[in-house]
Design a protein. Sequence first.
Length: 138
Amino acid sequence: MQVLVLPENKDINYIKTVQEVKRFFADFERFRMITGLSKKPQLLRNGFLEEPQFAPVAFSARHNKEVILEARWLVEKYTEMLNQMDDLYRTILMECYVERKQDVAVMMDLPYEIAQFKRIKKRAVLEIATLMGILVRK
């Protein structure tokens, strides 16, 4: 597990960072669709995302081969980075931004109170934003 040094909270524009994280997960789903995978990645029983299994590139009327290969590379890298995160953070991010569940619904599945959950979710958002380089500063 890697140690991330996050900037001070006063230096971070959290609302815009959340918007960028939402955009990241939308792009991740779009890249998965381009490569021929299902739109939503599945969490395995051990808490990790499934490793992408790509079919051979055949003729595609919508996308050329270079676009598909580049999307595959991005899907592999994004999956690898998400799998390096803490299990709890990964679960919360997937439930909130891929499954699009409300915070209360996600919180019910976890043994945390609302304030604890909000703090954990904020840390998860800041960690993924830092890893992906999409952290927005004031």
